[in-house]
Design a protein around this ligand. Structure first.
Ligand code: NAD
Length: 422
């Protein structure tokens, strides 16, 4: 058997991706030089070694990171990622995006991100638990409900958050607000699991109305079928009446021109099988996914997948919605702009997760649970307001949605820094 094809990702650094996009917006709002320096450099970075006892008795040593990019507007907030390519540069880029995301949503958090360089698929469940507990011990000095609050990201989930909560609480007393994305029975919020996908759908709904691209029967292609991609596919099909024609995961994709039966595909994938093995469509490679004509193209897997070299010149879509973080390189972004393909930027499109994480944190601090309907209602109001602000500024300044989103976020963080005396 051959190894599954690994689609190309850019080798461009996460830091340089966020920096080049930052400059355009900083120029738009005439940001002072010293403030650019404060807003681009991380507040605090920690690298730790994570020794883990494996099931066969050996000790394997992994490397972990927690980077707090900015905390001017509130406690640092951001996910923890387990991935073989997670490194300092990627985590720094993602921590930076979190600062802009929380500011754009106007929720009282700063930005952070964590990661461990590991392939979790090669670990047993007990090894994964030991890794999570060890990593939490090593970074726990940085964490806390008013300091830095982790959440799930790629290859981490509510169970991993439960272990983090348990490890943190064993030192500090029961502290549910120390981590979000927990299981509901441990103080997690109703609706958190689907929040990122739901937020993407709300933004698409607003954009669809404003720009005359109805979601009903629209052709949608989604890269990634994990937390974000699978909930988004489900919600788009069930609530927006869209036709999801292709999705993929790390092992390949599946395509059906008449629209995939998303509930059937979800049931298949719930058994741990790749979407490419599902009989309800034609199996496609990860590269072929980018060639499928569609209205909405939604990268919902990893960063750096839309590049000049691979696909930016040939994508056949009307709009790109960045459900993943940093999926488009800056050069690809310019190519798409030249081709007249708008991009709804990551820290607007995928901000539903951190927004509901904020509601989870607030519920934990108040020891009061919201209903699922209340969570969805508040999420829709918050993300719609943020979208409208970006749309209006982009129109006023003749800027892209990304530059407008950056400008709003930079303005808010800079104001907080100034008020704090910087
Ligand atoms: P996940 O681990 O649940 O799912 C990732 C999916 O991507 C899986 O289906 C995996 O098979 C697929 N994938 C991985 N490598 C791939 C490749 N090379 N080609 C095609 N598919 C590939 O992760 P997630 O939580 O769904 O996160 C996806 C993206 O969304 C990430 O960029 C993450 O940073 C971003 N994001 C997640 C959240 C959240 O709440 N989970 C919030 C905001 C942003």
């Amino acid at each position: 058997m051959t190894a599954p094809e690994q689609p190309q990702r850019t080798t461009m650094s996460g830091k340089s991706i966020t920096a080049s996009q930052f400059d355009r917006a900083a120029n738009l709002i005439n940001l002072e030089g010293y403030m650019r320096r404060i807003l681009l450099s991380p507040f605090r970075e920690v690298q730790v070694e994570v020794p883990v006892r494996m099931d066969d008795g050996r000790i394997e040593v992994f490397t972990g990171y927690r980077i707090q990019h900015n905390g001017a507007r509130g406690p640092c907030k951001g996910g923890i990622r387990y991935h073989p390519e997670a490194d300092h540069d990627e985590v720094l880029g993602l921590a930076t995006i979190m600062t802009w995301k929380t500011a754009l949503m106007d929720i009282p958090f700063g930005g952070a991100k964590g990661g461990v360089t590991v392939d979790p698929k090669k670990l047993s469940r007990l090894e994964l638990e030991r890794l999570t507990r060890r990593f939490t011990q090593r970074i726990s000095i940085l964490l806390g409900p008013y300091r830095d609050v982790p959440a799930p990201d790629v290859n981490t989930n509510p169970q991993v958050m439960a272990w983090i909560l348990d490890e943190y609480s064993s030192r500090h007393g029961y502290t549910p607000a120390a981590v979000t994305g927990k299981p509901v029975s441990l103080g997690g919020s109703l609706g958190r699991d689907e929040a990122t996908g739901r937020g993407v759908m709300y933004v698409m709904t607003e954009y669809a109305r404003d720009f005359g691209l109805p979601l009903k029967n629209a052709r949608v292609v989604i890269q990634g079928f994990g937390n974000v991609g699978s909930h988004l596919a489900r919600l788009l099909a069930a609530e927006a009446g869209a036709k999801v024609v292709a999705v993929s995961d790390v092992n390949g994709g599946v395509y059906n021109d008449r629209g995939l039966d998303v509930p059937g595909l979800l049931a298949h994938a719930a058994g741990g099988r790749s979407v490419s093995e599902w009989p309800g469509g034609k199996a496609i490679t990860n590269d072929e996914l980018w060639t499928i004509p569609c209205d909405w193209l939604v990268p919902a897997a990893l960063g750096g997948v839309i590049t000049r070299e691979a696909n930016a010149k040939t994508l056949d879509c009307k709009v790109v919605v960045e459900a993943a973080n940093a999926p488009t390189t800056p050069i690809a972004d310019l190519i798409l702009a030249d081709r007249g393909i708008p991009v709804i930027p990551d820290f607007l499109a995928n901000a539903g997760g951190v927004t509901v994480s904020y509601y989870e944190w607030a519920q934990n601090l108040q020891q009061y649970r919201w209903t699922h309907e209340q969570v969805n209602r508040e999420l829709q109001a918050t993300i719609t307001r943020a979208y409208a602000g970006v749309r209006d500024l982009a129109k006023e300044k003749g800027a892209t949605l990304r530059t407008a989103a950056y400008a709003i976020a930079l303005q808010r963080v800079a104001e907080a820094e100034r008020l704090r005396g910087n």
